[in-house]
Design a protein around this ligand. Structure first.
Ligand code: FES
Ligand SMILES: [Fe+2]
Length: 414
């Protein structure tokens, strides 16, 4: 066998390691054929995808562009509410909307100026009758048959989700009870307020980033900020729960609820010399009254998180086999007071491209992609916390990754 195959059928010529879900083969991060299948069968297939907050399109005529895998969509609002349309002109396939955000009476494709309303219905075809009786569309041409594709939409507590699939279950069934409960904790219907976005392009396969979000184990080792300032520690209470057969994962940490006799703290002494001049950036105000922080992943691309008092949805957009855009949406509540809004914005410095915590991941995953590229026949070991997929009450586990690859292999027949 060619030791370094790059052909589109590479996935079919490779086998998953015999050990099963405790091993992940490195070739899955560089296989172009597999990447295409993931885009088509996951992102554009039976899934629900976060596309934005409804407060990002507050007025009739507002629109916002978003991505589901490599497909562009447009979130719009009209008198009937929020719609999600594919940003692909029904004439010759051009992108209708080119701006990330805007306001318009009609959406007009720049190529030949076909016009669409906010529901995606075609309402205008330029030169439809031709010029001086010549050309134009045939008399039986029916604009009603040529609208933009409309996706299924679910609006939950101010978050907007969309699906290309006609067969995927409704959003609540898709998420399952635990993920819905944790989502409603952050988005109970209290109006949300957009605080901002940041975006970064990381030169790694999307699954390396996806795994990282499900891996609480690295959080207390790689991320000096978390450990030093007590936001996330290995000896805190931690629930690590794969959901819906490994599709989703729900992690809950209670940083103030320490387990054990404190001896673990001594192991952390190598970090004790780090100091901050402004401790407010890492001070956790228990706004939900349960002392908990949440990091929840909804397949295939959304990572919803509450670290201290920063609230964010992290969207994982695959841009190529070795390129992943991470798009962060920071939010608060419309009724937050000025002090809480200031704290949320300050703590947003933990996350994002140069975040005190998140920049560790970006650099690490860039290096990791080089490693997996160089050793496609190697395999990762996932045995922390055992070899099964049952929920655990510790962060010292890789159960979230095992469960994801259990699902992944079944879905793709690998
Ligand atoms: S491609 Fe959009 S109007 Fe022609
Ligand atoms: Fe991380």
């Amino acid at each position: 066998m060619n030791p370094n195959p790059t052909s589109i059928d590479m996935a079919t010529s490779r086998r998953w390691p015999e050990e099963g879900i405790t091993r992940v083969p490195a070739w899955i991060y560089s296989d172009p054929g597999l990447f295409r299948r993931e885009l088509d069968e996951f992102f554009a297939g039976d899934s629900w995808n976060f596309v934005g907050l409804d407060c990002e399109v507050p007025e009739k005529g507002d629109y916002k562009r978003a991505w589901i895998g490599d497909r562009q969509v447009i979130i719009t609002r009209d008198a009937d509410g929020v719609h999600v349309l594919e940003n692909r002109c029904s004439h010759r396939g051009g992108a209708v909307v080119w701006q990330n955000k805007g306001h318009a009476r009609m959406l007009t494709c720049p190529y030949h100026q076909w016009g669409f309303n906010m529901k995606g219905e075609c309402r205008g075809v330029s030169l439809i009758k031709g010029v001086h009786g010549e050309g134009g569309m045939p008399p039986d041409f029916d604009m009603k048959q040529h609208g933009l594709r409309r996706l299924r939409v679910a609006v939950v507590g101010g978050s907007v989700w969309a699906s290309f699939s006609d067969t995927v279950p409704d959003f609540e069934t898709y998420c399952g009870p635990l993920a819905m409960k944790r989502l409603r904790r952050l988005m109970p219907g209290r109006p949300l307020k957009l605080l901002g976005h940041s975006r970064q392009l990381i030169p790694c396969n999307w699954k390396l980033y996806y795994e990282n979000n499900r891996d609480p184990y690295h959080g207390t080792l790689l991320h000096t900020f978390f450990i030093t300032f007590g936001l996330y520690r290995a000896d805190s209470r931690h629930d690590t729960s794969p959901e819906q057969g490994g599709m989703h994962s729900v992690n809950v940490a209670a940083p103030g609820d320490r387990q054990g006799d404190g001896s673990f703290t001594k192991e952390l002494k190598r970090f004790k010399d780090f100091k901050l001049n402004d401790m407010e950036a890492v001070k956790f105000a228990d706004e939900y009254g349960d002392g908990e922080m949440t990091a929840m992943q909804l397949f295939p691309s959304a990572f919803i998180q509450q670290h201290a008092n920063v609230l964010a949805v992290r969207l994982i957009n695959p841009k190529g086999v070795r390129a992943t855009e991470v798009d962060w949406t920071y939010f608060g509540y419309a009724d937050d007071d000025a002090d809480m809004q200031r704290i949320r914005l300050k703590q947003a410095n933990l996350l994002g491209p140069s975040g005190f915590v998140s920049m560790d991941d970006s650099e690490l995953l860039k290096q990791l992609q080089r490693q997996v590229d160089g050793y496609p026949d190697s395999k990762a070991v996932l045995e922390m916390g055992g070899r099964d997929v049952k929920p655990q009450v510790t962060m010292a586990t890789e159960v979230g990754l095992r469960a994801f690859y259990d699902f992944y292999r079944q879905r793709l027949g690998l």
